[in-house]
Design a protein around this ligand. Structure first.
Ligand code: 1OR
Length: 295
């Protein structure tokens, strides 16, 4: 199994390694559990891996605004999960931080409670790709050492990132995103399979999930449009966005035509991760309305 594999020492690493265990109070444990509960990386962990990681995390209080937790260009030491506070991410295109306040480069994103950062340098043995800085006082982070990150979290938690990165690169909707933004979407995706004739979405149902079609084909039916499909989906297409964008019931049914594999993200992940392409989805929607009318 995946968990056994990731705990198996590889040839160049030493056999006696055990993850560090940092004892926590009941209060710390409950804060930590709630911080990781909305993090997609942790939802991929099995029970045993999860308790090892929770044991190894160390509370890291950030007392003030403006503290650099990570400096671009440095070597990677820890992976961080945010419990409290917001952290700004800056990228200097030159690869390292320059002098003066401008030296951090451009603000690219902000990470809040339940989010995480600092994985890239540890995964790829690369210099830190960004500078991460606190935006408020009394923030709380939990940090995981590099070895525990690599030996326990990396294989299992980032399996989906590896599995989906290539596919997401071929999804036209996501073209405009930075590769790193696509990686974050990959973390949140769940595979689901359907057989020919299965209803993937039923018209009138409340909307819970967003779908990317990974393989196979699907057809769209609308109750007011007669017995023929009004639209076809193929690999790389997406559907299920309308009900989520506007909190409306499903506007049509989507049915598998042959075996279908989809990658699914729930409402919460959809809102958090696909916000940057919301405009594109809304624009595409008008063309769908036109097509439906022509059929
Ligand atoms: P790290 O170990 O390189 C800095 O340390 C961390 O900032 C990095 O891991 C990520 O966890 C986090 N590009 C690079 N790193 C980012 C980015 C980012 N966002 C967060 N981090 N971009 C922002 C995408 C919205 C791409 C900018 C072009």
């Amino acid at each position: 199994s995946v968990s056994a594999e990731s705990l198996n020492p590889t040839s160049e690493e030493n056999d006696n390694w055990k993850p560090p265990f940092h004892k926590k109070t009941a209060d710390q444990l409950s804060r930590l559990r709630s911080a990781v509960s909305s993090n997609f990386l942790f939802s991929a962990l099995e029970e045993e891996q999860s308790s090892l990681v929770l044991g190894a995390l160390v509370e890291n209080n950030i007392p003030a605004k403006g503290i650099k937790v990570i400096t671009q260009g440095d070597a990677g030491d820890y992976f961080y999960v945010v419990e409290r506070g917001n952290f700004d991410i800056y990228v200097n295109p030159s690869g390292t931080i320059g002098p003066g306040p401008e030296g951090m480069g451009k603000l690219v994103t902000t990470i809040g409670p339940g989010g995480s950062f600092g994985e890239l340098a540890l995964m790829y043995n690369a210099p830190r790709a960004a500078t991460v800085i606190s935006t408020e006082g009394s923030s709380t982070l939990w940090r995981l050492d590099r070895v525990t990150f690599r030996r326990i979290l990396m294989d299992s938690a980032f399996q989906r990132r590896r599995m989906y990165e290539t596919f997401l690169g071929e999804v036209p909707l996501l073209n405009t995103l930075a590769p790193y933004e696509r990686s974050k979407i990959a973390d949140a995706l769940e595979p689901r399979r359907f057989k020919s004739g299965d209803t993937i979405i039923r018209e009138g149902d409340p909307g819970e999930d967003f779908f990317l079609l990974e393989s196979g084909e699907a057809e769209v039916y609308k109750s007011d449009a007669g017995p023929n499909p009004v639209k076809q989906y193929k690999k790389g297409d997406y559907f299920g966005e309308l009900a989520l964008l506007d909190d409306k019931p499903r506007a049509a049914s989507v049915v598998a035509k042959g075996d279908v594999k989809v990658a699914v993200v729930g409402k919460d992940g959809f809102q958090r991760l696909l916000g940057p392409v919301e405009g594109i989805m809304r624009r595409n929607d008008y063309s769908k309305v036109e097509e439906t009318k022509q059929v």
